[in-house]
Design a protein around this ligand. Structure first.
Ligand SMILES: O=C(O)CCC(=O)C(=O)O
Ligand SMILES: [Fe+2]
Length: 506
């Protein structure tokens, strides 16, 4: 085969670096090009040779003689690639593609020497899977190539990208401007299109969004997990910071992708907020709510007389935020993540588990629950005042305060009943919530499907009384919606312990 270089008039010299069965190369030759088709797999090369033979019979010697099949790994042993008009890398992911191109000296030239001997390849045509689009564009920009054209194609139900790029004039520096977020994840050419007019582009953007949301979810879970570790090494602190930076980048990418399919991020945020507000209001059905007034509702009248009461704006916003800062910044109580003993129904055994939240307590009397005993500690003034206010509104008396601090949406409290013997029968439990709104589930013990939920807002008071602890479980589930995972909440529960641990009502 004649050398590919020299830019033979009217004949394009192509190197197909991962040729597989060489169908692409043959197609190009049929259109008048000359192709050197390389593959690292001997089996693929054999198939390719069979296809060349077949082509010879069907379309003639002229076409078949313009393709050469060669066994080889990458472009390292392919001097022809240096002055080919076009180098094609198709059907491999961005990492392999980068290795193949770099093996042929098509990456960035870092020294003057390299520059003087660098290949004169004019154009790259790359065909990665669509999911590798951003990595491909990043490699091109970092290695001195400018994207001239991009197309989306679907083959065997997999979406691929075809990118055509030309050498920048300055091949010793990466493209002077770093790629914008849009140019990297959607592409400079595809980004010019309107998703509403191109179903394929819309699908591409939607798939990117799905991927992005998943990686962001994983990153924020890792960040939360690390941030919650009580003793962190320096590198763990750095990882939390790095993850936070990544998450901010993902948020920016999400806005760009949403804009490309005509979604206004601010509007979406407003809609999500309005949706949550609606859910919150709907959860108050059956309560005759007036701000500052405690409204009672019998949860399942046909099953028990257990009641739930709710009061919005029991504390004003400023009272709630003052209380929050006094409990968090210079806490008058000691926060700890404790281990409790839990029944594991699957294994039919008891097991020690770490509570997914911080707890603290104060009171005049010890409290025993879930295999642990909380020794009495003096009630700080700020909580003593709150207790008085709760006692006034509920008409009840309390002597023990248990505080639960949910650092974010991944902290939770499993379904349980506060039915310890020391609380006596039909205990009244009152709880003030401050900070992020959280859903509170109440479920009939005898019928798991019978469940109600009520959202406990900042500054609210909730009361459970009569037989509710005997007929129902309650709990605070994890928040699954990505938007809502941030946000701290503290719940301050007031109980009346009738006696020390071991006390029982006659
Ligand atoms: O955080 C909450 O709202 C629930 C607290 C609770 O159920 C408890 O402390 O027993
Ligand atoms: Fe409880």
């Amino acid at each position: 085969m004649a050398p590919l270089g020299g830019r033979e008039r009217g004949v394009e010299g192509v190197v197909d670096a991962c040729c597989g069965h060489a169908l692409l190369g043959l197609g190009l030759c049929e259109r008048g090009a000359r192709t050197l088709a390389i593959d690292r797999s001997a089996a693929e090369c054999e198939r390719a040779l069979e296809n060349v033979d077949r082509a010879r019979k069907v379309v003639g010697d002229d076409v078949a003689s313009r393709v050469e099949i060669r066994l080889g790994d990458g472009l390292g042993e392919c001097p022809e690639a240096r002055d080919a008009d076009v180098v094609v890398v198709a059907g491999v992911g961005a990492n392999t593609m980068a290795k193949v191109l770099e093996s042929g000296g098509l990456g960035l030239c870092s020294s003057a020497d390299e520059r003087s001997t660098s290949p004169s390849t004019a154009r790259l045509v790359l065909n990665p899977p669509a999911k590798d689009g951003a990595a491909t564009r990043r490699w091109l920009a970092e290695n001195g190539w400018t994207i001239r054209d991009e197309k989306l194609v679907v083959e065997n139900e997999i979406m691929h990208l075809v990118v055509s790029a030309e050498r920048d004039a300055e091949i010793d520096t990466p493209s002077s401007m770093p790629l914008s977020v849009r140019d990297e994840i959607i592409g400079p050419v595809l980004g010019e299109g309107t998703a509403s007019e191109s179903p394929l582009l819309k699908l591409y953007v939607t798939k990117r969004l799905e991927w992005l949301r998943e990686v962001r979810r994983q990153a924020s879970l890792s960040a939360q997990r690390l941030a919650k570790k009580q003793e962190k090494s320096d590198s763990e602190y750095q990882s939390v910071e790095a993850l936070k930076e990544k998450i901010a980048g993902y948020d920016e990418m999400e806005s760009v992708l949403l804009a490309a399919i005509g979604v206004d991020v601010e509007e979406q945020r407003r809609n999500a907020h309005a949706h949550l507000e609606q859910q919150i209001l709907r959860s108050y059905d059956g309560f005759d709510l007036k701000p500052g007034i405690l409204a009672y509702k019998t949860v399942d009248p046909e099953e028990s007389d257990g009641r739930l009461a709710y009061c919005r704006e029991f504390l004003s916003e400023s009272e709630a935020s003052e209380l929050m800062s006094s409990l968090v910044s210079s806490p008058p109580v000691d926060w700890a993540q404790r281990s409790i003993v839990c029944w594991q129904p699957q294994e039919n055994t008891k097991k020690e588990v770490v509570q997914p939240r911080l707890v603290s307590w104060a009171g005049d009397i010890a409290y025993k629950y879930s295999g642990q005993t909380l020794e009495p500690v003096p009630v700080p003034d700020v909580l003593r005042r709150l207790q008085t206010k709760v006692e006034q509104v509920t008409g009840e008396r309390f002597n023990h305060i248990l505080l639960n601090r949910y650092r974010d949406g991944s902290d939770s409290m499993a379904l349980h009943a506060d039915d310890e013997p020391e609380l006596g029968r039909n205990a009244c439990i009152a709880a003030v919530s401050i900070g992020h709104v959280r859903r509170f589930d109440v479920q009939l013990k005898s019928k798991a499907k019978k469940k109600m939920s009520i959202f406990l807002e900042n500054g609210s008071l909730m009361v459970m009384d009569r037989s509710l602890q005997h007929s129902h479980y309650h709990g605070v589930p994890k928040v699954t919606c990505a938007q809502d995972v941030e946000g701290e909440r503290i719940n301050i529960t007031f109980r009346l312990l009738k006696g020390p641990p071991g006390w029982r009502e006659d």
